[in-house]
Design a protein around this ligand. Structure first.
Ligand code: PLP
Length: 398
């Protein structure tokens, strides 16, 4: 059994704060402070450029990739870390298009997808100029929209706004039966769910590490390529570190073998150090235990808020199996309500137009935290404590 008291002790959590936003920016793992400091002082500071070899900096993206692979049910060598998720969307979609059946021009996604995924897809489609088009259908219409005209299905597994979760295995199988290449964005899934990518068989997956994995702002993203395909795909971001022999400094690009070709340029070593430390916590976590704890905390929060705040409408699916690891409510004054809650030491967030969002992160949250959130929210709603001008001024980042 996973010891959630031990995982909670692994984080720096400010006193008098209940953190309900680990789905957006995870808190600081205590070990990350000394790991980053050590990397700065003893590696960069002391070894200087020799650290690329001596401290193994150049291998970090793949070593960390293997640690990430375990968390999504991928084999060793199927994942590499680097860049940001937006970049990985572009790279994955280009790779998927290089695998797609000739003559197909549709990229299918859904209207709940995170905007940057769609923006990056649009940019790629425009740059390729091959007459490709992006079709976004309602999330529950995806299965019916799969047909022989679709080249690539690109979906985010868990909806960032509502927490609605697609059936990854079923949609992948249905798409592949029609010859469609499948990409899953696991931004809200890795570190939140017990995933089995190898069994699901999707061609590609991507995600970020600063959300449920707690690797810090700007932490590297990752890409997974199904091992039988990684020597076939054509890298569009053909950077030197994805080259077969970067230090031969050849004039022309030859892709490296396997997942190596998904590397682009110099890895962000300080962020990799923080990510490596953040992953230590996960060594003691059983993902089935984590999911069970997440469902239990989510159900408790939903029931408690229904009792204390009848005017808030549950915007997440009621059925736990249809939900990722977040719980959301809608209210026209959602922004002000969240600001009032933050002023009371409970940090969640708001997503336009009207969604109050709580991330459920069993590594550092308890049942008592859920009761405290519901009780405080009830006080705020009952006494209209949100109804103050200062809570209605929109900040740059919501
Ligand atoms: C958080 C998130 C992103 C963010 O992309 P960055 O390049 O890391 O800023 C992209 N896609 C999805 C689905 C996300 O949830």
């Amino acid at each position: 059994m996973t010891d959630f008291d031990a995982t909670r002790a692994a984080f720096h959590l400010p006193a008098d704060t209940v953190y309900m936003n680990g789905n957006s920016l995870g808190p600081l793992p205590i070990a990350a402070q000394s790991r980053v400091a050590d990397c700065i002082k003893n590696e960069w500071g002391t070894m200087l450029i020799t650290a690329w070899n001596k401290a193994g900096w150049m291998q970090q993206p793949k070593k960390i990739g293997n640690r990430l692979a375990r968390l999504i049910g991928g084999a060793d060598g199927s994942v590499v870390a680097g860049d940001t998720l937006s970049i990985k969307v572009f790279q994955a979609l280009a790779a998927a298009l290089s695998l797609a059946q000739p003559g197909r021009v549709r990229i299918l996604s859904d209207t709940g997808n995170f905007p940057t995924d769609l923006y990056m897809a649009q940019g790629l489609v425009d740059a390729l100029g091959k007459g490709l088009c992006i079709d976004c259908v309602a999330p529950d219409a995806v299965a019916d929209a799969l047909d022989e005209t679709v080249a690539v299905l690109m979906l985010t597994h868990v909806d960032y706004r509502t927490g609605r979760m697609h059936d990854m295995a079923a949609l992948t199988a249905a798409a592949q039966a029609k010859g469609i290449v499948v990409i899953w964005d696991l931004a809200h899934s890795i570190g939140a769910l017990d995933l089995d990518l190898a069994a699901c068989g999707a061609e590609l997956a991507i995600g970020c590490t600063y959300k449920f994995l707690n690797a810090g702002p700007g932490a590297p993203a990752f890409i997974y390529v199904r091992p039988d395909l990684s020597d076939q795909i054509k890298p569009v971001l053909s950077g030197w570190l994805g080259h077969a022999s970067p230090f031969s400094f050849e004039q022309t690009y030859t892709p490296g073998m396997g997942i190596d070709r998904m590397r682009v340029g110099t890895p962000a070593i300080l962020q990799m150090a923080a990510l490596d430390a953040a992953l230590d916590v996960w060594d003691s976590v059983d993902l089935a235990d984590l999911r069970a704890a997440s469902v239990s905390l989510s159900e408790r929060l939903i029931q408690a808020i229904a009792a204390t705040c009848p005017e808030l409408i549950l915007a997440s699916p009621k059925e736990p199996s249809m939900r990722g690891s977040q719980v959301c409510f809608s209210h026209p004054e959602g922004y002000a309500i969240m600001q009032a809650l933050i002023a009371h030491g409970i940090i969640g967030d708001f997503r336009a137009p009207n969604i109050i969002r709580f991330g459920i992160t069993p590594l550092f949250q308890s049942a008592r935290d859920m009761d405290h959130v519901a009780k405080t929210l009830g006080t705020i709603m009952k006494n209209r404590l949100w109804d103050e001008p200062k809570f209605k001024v929109r900040a740059h980042v919501t």
